[in-house]
Design a protein around this ligand. Sequence first.
Ligand SMILES: O=P(O)(O)OC[C@H]1O[C@H](O[C@H]2O[C@H](CO)[C@@H](O)[C@H](O)[C@H]2O)[C@H](O)[C@@H](O)[C@@H]1O
Length: 275
Amino acid sequence: MDQDWADLPMQEDMSSDDDGSPETVPVPRALLPHLEQSAILLDIDGTLLDLAPTPREVWVPPGLAETLNRLLERTSGALALVSGRSLNDIDLIFAPEQFPAVGGHGAEMRVTADSKAVATHAPPMDKELKRRLAAIARLSPGILLEDKGYSLALHYRLAPQTEQAIYEAVSLIRADLPNAPIEVLPGKCVCEIKHSGFTKASGVRELMTHGPFKGRRPLFIGDDVTDESVFAIMPDLDGLAFSVGRRAKGVAGHFDEPGDVRQWLTRLLDGEKAA
Ligand SMILES: O=P(O)(O)OC[C@H]1O[C@H](O[C@H]2O[C@H](CO)[C@@H](O)[C@H](O)[C@H]2O)[C@H](O)[C@@H](O)[C@@H]1O
């Protein structure tokens, strides 16, 4: 890259922080010439897509898949979705399109849009453990189970009053299994129990060892607690991180909402019209 990212002009365009300090993202037109040296890594829920009451109700707005495909082309394939969702679920949401992706919080990875998963780090969750965790959903009809095979998510967006009871019930089960290699991942109105051997950060680190990602500088955008592990490794990879909805620790700037991220990605491609 001719110019260091630190020299990229940044714009104070999305909002200002609580303390009045500027919030910055690179000016899309200035970043455009650097796409051949960049890898664009995007979280899905709460970053690319607006949150919905249930996981199945998310909606891919018209034009988004086309924008992602064009960016995939401009980066010679170095664009990936980095999600807590399984690859299978990601593909259903974006059908008929497919994108390179890290899925299941690093459990699965696909380096090109049409390849099979090249890495699956997660053994299936123990059946008895899953059965016990799934029984927690009996606390309320508003608790939804999402079975990813290697992990189980308990969604309580429709029953927010059950949050504490869910975490207490999960703790009791974990206390019975002190040596099980599992961890509890809190997300937005979701409590996920997963194998502890992988994270989004480990998935991204591995993705970045494969062509066409290898040797590029990652630009990651995410919104959730589960994205913080990726924010934290961006300096190691000489990359930049941006958060959505709040200014997370270690990020270069933030977007207010997913609509701002989508607009920024479109403007990235539309160099001439970009401000
Ligand atoms: O890493 P992400 O791509 O952001 O995925 C995180 C989780 O997203 C989904 O759940 C979240 O979004 C749902 C739809 O907006 C919402 O109803 C739910 O409350 C959120 O937690 C997905 O279902 C999970 O598997 C992902 O881990």
